[in-house]
Design a protein around this ligand. Structure first.
Ligand code: AHR
Length: 512
């Protein structure tokens, strides 16, 4: 009798753990998903800028505008890149913006000490970057040099880029260097990783330094205000966030940052393509940790800012592996597989679901570095699986987040488990609802039942990104191996939707 009861109990438990069910609360939306969650990051590192965005003013082989590749701009426009962070990263705290403006033959060179000690000739500077953002239709986010610069230098950069004509020697310089009107840069980072490459500061020391620098950064009008972002914590350094929230006067900042990379082990990162399932599992563990990090950093912020006036900005995130064999170790060039699609989908779902606090995120990095959306080789360019996920998910930009309750089956490897399915949903300005679903399980299809509360839909369509192996990637020889296709495995019956998610797939549904 006892055995029978136990078996029935166990069977019940197995059956329950194998089911996925989602409740969509379609009438409970209150926060919108800031489009800047779909932001990017470009550093003077390897071939992100040089060779990636910029191929030189006199290049006749690769179509360009003022040296900026047009194939790249075209692809990024389709992605709807809302904001682009520049010039670093670690590079930012060594960068002196004055070296990168004016006639190019007069610009001094420097050594890029963080990224391979290569010569930086400053041919791509503020004017080139800000003009490129205009071409792209993206807002610039400038990372100021706090580690080795001066408050004067940062304050001058604000004036050079944003203040009205004729208001200071800096704005005269801007006119002299060919720019007739200000660009008006809103987003400013005060240093990068101040606890590390940005100066190895302690939290309370950085808080003081921040206050000093922020004091001299002035708005350019009463209505257009600077948005100042404090260099944030690494991973679970909650003390850092707590110190900033306690020590920074509310009027002096708008956001604190957070950096978290999905890396297996900093000493042994593993290959970008030919990885094992064990390596995949750990990468996904790291990626899904973002949920806990965002929740706990937000909880600290809630104590000091219960009305959520200050934002958490995840201005560096993504997968980090060993560089491709035969490439410069300091250039961080890595291929991009379905594993990266899983990281992207899972992290974007987390950011969407936390959009009450997370107002911007910047994938590291946009071209040829780390989890890039674009890879280039001379005149060739390819779009990675991560690009396709960002493109599929961009329907969530500025849409109203609809809360979901997700019960997921487990993805099991040995004794360890992870939730197989993650999701987020939103309603756009036209009243169309989108649900993005990710199945990280590389071995099993997951069937998901979605119960809709508070709305009724007549039709469902969708797109899917999948491939038969999670190690698969797009290459210069086979650039379209992984591309999104129409998804036809969703069934809508009344207020119940059933979907089948193949192993390691990303699906975005459209409900009308
Ligand atoms: O994205 C590469 C580097 O990672 C950045 O320069 C730095 O901020 C981080 O440590």
């Amino acid at each position: 009798m006892k055995t029978l009861f136990l078996s029935a109990f166990l069977l019940g438990a197995i059956a329950t753990s194998a089911q996925n069910s989602i409740t969509l609360n379609a009438d409970k939306g209150k926060d919108s998903i800031n489009r800047n969650i779909y932001g990017h990051f470009a550093e003077h590192l390897g071939h992100c800028i040089y060779g990636g965005f910029y191929v030189g003013d006199n290049n006749t082989k690769i179509p360009n505008k003022d040296g900026v590749r047009l194939d790249v701009i075209d692809a990024l426009k389709k992605l709807k890149v809302p904001v682009l962070r520049w010039p670093g990263g670690c590079f930012a705290d060594t960068y002196h913006w004055r070296d990168g403006v004016g006639p190019k033959d007069k610009r001094p060179s420097m050594l890029n000490i963080w990224w391979g000690n290569v010569k930086e000739d400053n041919s791509f500077g503020s004017n080139e970057f800000l003009n490129m953002c205009e071409l792209l239709g993206a807002e610039p986010y400038l990372s100021g040099n706090v580690g080795s610069g001066t408050p004067q230098e940062l304050s001058d950069w604000v004036k050079y880029t944003s203040h009205p004509n004729g208001s200071s020697p800096m704005t005269d310089l801007r006119e002299q260097f060919g720019r007739k009107t200000p660009w008006r840069v809103k987003f400013w980072g005060l240093g990068n990783e101040a606890w590390g490459c940005g100066g190895n500061m302690k939290a309370d020391w950085y808080a003081n330094v921040y206050r000093q620098y922020a004091t001299f950064m002035t708005n350019w009008s009463n209505t257009d205000r600077l948005y100042r972002i404090a260099s944030g914590a690494s991973d679970a350094d909650y003390h850092w966030t707590e110190t900033l929230m306690k020590e920074l006067p509310a009027a002096m900042y708008d956001a604190v940052a957070l950096h978290h990379y999905s890396v297996i082990d900093w000493g042994k990162k593993g290959p970008a393509t030919n990885f094992t399932e064990q390596q995949y599992f750990i990468t996904m563990q790291r990626a899904l940790l973002m949920e806990e990090l965002v929740t706990k950093h937000s909880a600290i912020m809630d104590k000091y800012d219960p009305q959520k006036k200050k934002a958490l900005i995840v201005d560096e995130w993504g997968g980090w592996y060993d560089v491709e064999p035969g490439t410069n170790g300091a250039f961080l060039f890595q291929q991009n597989t379905m594993r990266d699609a899983m990281i992207a989908g899972a992290n974007l779902n987390i950011f969407n679901n936390h959009c009450d606090r997370v107002k911007m995120a910047n994938l590291a990095q946009i071209i040829n570095v780390l989890q890039a959306v674009i890879l280039t080789k001379e005149e060739k360019m390819i779009l990675t699986p991560t690009y396709h996920v960002m493109e599929m998910f961009n329907v969530h930009q500025d849409a109203l987040m609809l809360p979901l309750t997700v019960i997921s089956a487990n993805y099991i490897l040995g004794k360890d488990t992870l939730k197989a399915v993650n999701a987020s949903a939103s309603k756009d300005k036209m009243g169309v609802t989108h649900i993005s679903l990710v199945n990280i399980d590389p071995n099993k299809q997951q069937e998901v039942t979605i119960n809709v509360n508070g709305a009724s839909y007549k039709s469902v369509t969708g797109r899917i990104l999948k491939s038969d192996k999670m190690q698969n990637f797009n290459s210069f020889e086979n650039p379209n191996k992984i591309v999104p296709v129409a998804y036809t495995d969703a069934k809508l019956e009344g207020n119940k939707l059933t979907v089948k998610l193949p192993a390691t797939s990303v699906v975005v549904l459209e409900l009308k």
